[in-house]
Design a protein around this ligand. Structure first.
Ligand code: FRU
Length: 502
């Protein structure tokens, strides 16, 4: 394992996204809002900037924008790596880890046992607790608390289930190789009883990892709750490699059921477009939600990377950013229930350093048209475009001449594409240069795009967050142009507002 040298130049560091100071990170873990602070733990290699020595790193934020990095929260040792998991606030001290004056935070994580352990080769669920609000952690002496003798049982997400019939802790975790989410119940977080399992279903082109299960009101109606099961899988995403899918259904305290489930023809690549994806881009993985956010808000964050090339991306001394924090809601779209995603209001209302760049309604002719005065590396672009005769039209960001990252609509195909083949550095891995597509429905004949550009990424929220695409890019620092373009005809720009953040 190479230790990181502090003198290495800091390249591509995002301004709006979290990245560790000088180490590697992957999955978000233990997300919780507690005593006025958002806590973001994450899979971390404290000794380097490639995957290894898996421990829980830790950062906290009061506003979801400015993050403070803390010392490693739960460290690996000779016996176990600390794989992904979650944290609950055990307010009634059901676990007994609390002291008179302080109820504990309890982390439920996967022990990935090493060769020196008697459990060698096993993945099982373990506990650690904190009595100081999440800054220091003590491992439970009775670990593991849930061992199925499996080598691929991981990523527990625990929440409190409350109903008229009683309340208890529920864990969702995966049997990764079996494409199965397993659900368990506990009263004390220490002894667990199997409730049910879900899967295989829908996308099964890779191992299932990092599940989550939460209720959301349908179309904002608190009397009409549905449950959303999210399951990340790797590989097998709609544009290759890692991605997250979701199921909308019901949870009765024992079993999750979903009508939107296909169990025949699994692993058929032609069916990927039939499934529901959290994000269609290449770089939105291990998405999971925060616990205990006030006012019923469901906030999610993902690792912005893809296992296909994760260890090779050309950042240093850190490697991998998190996504922006998103608020998700459930809406009826064409008769079926869909997750709609927006950047959390705390970020979306961020004051800019300069007045925004705006443009009047204009017909866009064939070719690439530089927007003079719109250049930037950290910006939010809000645009509405209407199809004309062009086969493809949209924006080029982080551009330099005609090169850059193309974000375009192909109305005849009914798709939105992100093309990063000429986005900057792509040669570090053969699968990185890509043109990725997602299905999109016009509103009338128009397309509304909100695009966050932040040094090494673009996150696209189309049609009010009905379709999202998140992608890493590695442009030269001098590639900052924003252009409009069309291919094969015309389109109309109805409005444009570009907010510069740096
Ligand atoms: C997902 C994952 C998890 C595991 C962790 C290990 O990216 O493979 O299933 O807990 O990463 O770092």
């Amino acid at each position: 394992m190479t230790a990181v040298t502090a003198t290495t130049a800091d390249t591509f560091r995002p301004a709006l996204h979290y990245a560790a100071r000088n180490t590697w990170l992957n999955d978000p873990n233990g997300l919780i809002f507690h005593e006025g602070v958002y806590h973001l733990y994450y899979q971390n290699n404290p000794l380097g900037n490639v995957w290894g020595n898996m421990s829980w790193g830790h950062a906290s934020s009061a506003d979801l924008l400015t993050w403070t990095e803390h010392p490693v929260a739960i460290a690996c040792d000779d016996l176990e790596d600390i794989f992904s998991g979650s944290i609950v606030f055990d307010r009634h001290n059901s676990s007994g880890f609390g002291r008179e004056s302080s109820a504990p935070l309890v982390a439920v994580y996967t022990s990935a046992y090493k060769s020196a352990s008697v459990h060698h080769g096993i993945q099982a669920q373990s506990l650690a607790y904190s009595l100081d609000g999440g800054y220091t952690w003590t491992k439970h002496t009775g670990n593991p608390v849930l061992n199925r003798g499996s080598s691929d049982f991981r990523d527990p997400k625990v929440f409190r289930y409350e109903s008229d019939a009683g309340s208890y802790w529920v864990m969702v975790a995966v049997e990764a190789q079996d494409f199965e989410v397993v659900l368990y119940k506990s009263h004390d977080l220490k002894s667990w009883e199997l409730l049910s399992s879900f899967g295989p279903a829908n996308a099964t082109g890779g191992v299932w990892e990092c599940p989550d299960l939460f209720p959301l009101p349908v179309d904002g109606d608190p009397e009409n709750l549905k449950w959303v099961l999210t399951v990340n899988l790797n590989p097998g995403g709609p544009n290759g490699g890692s991605a997250g899918q979701y199921f909308v259904g019901d949870f009765d305290g024992v079993t999750f059921t979903s009508a939107a489930t296909v169990t025949e023809g699994l692993q058929d690549p032609d069916r990927l477009g039939d499934y529901q994806w959290l994000d269609w881009g290449r770089d939105y993985y291990a998405a999971v939600s925060f616990s205990d956010v006030p006012e019923g808000r469901r906030l999610m964050i993902a690792w912005m990377n893809n296992w296909q090339y994760a260890n090779n991306i050309p950042t240093s001394p850190w490697r991998s950013p998190m996504s922006l924090v998103r608020e998700v809601s459930l809406h009826t779209v064409d008769g079926s229930l869909r997750l709609v995603q927006q950047v959390a209001q705390e970020l979306a209302s961020l004051p800019a350093g300069h007045p925004p760049f705006t443009a009047d309604v204009v017909e866009i002719s064939e070719g690439t048209h530089l927007l003079d005065g719109a250049a930037g590396s950290v910006q939010r672009i809000e645009a509405t475009l209407t199809a004309g005769t062009a086969e493809e039209f949209g924006l080029i960001v982080r551009g330099n001449g005609t090169k850059g990252t193309r974000i375009g609509i192909r109305p005849a195909e009914g798709s939105i594409v992100v093309d990063r083949r000429e986005s900057g550095q792509t040669h570090f891995h053969e699968s990185f240069a890509s043109i990725d597509a997602a299905p999109i429905e016009p509103a009338g004949n128009s397309y509304e795009l909100t695009i966050y550009v932040d040094q090494c990424s673009v996150e696209v929220f189309a049609q009010g967050g009905h379709v999202t695409m998140s992608e890493l890019i590695f442009p030269a620092s001098t590639s900052t142009d924003v252009s409009l373009y069309t291919i094969g005809g015309t389109a109309t720009l109805n409005n444009l507002c570009i907010t510069q953040y740096a």
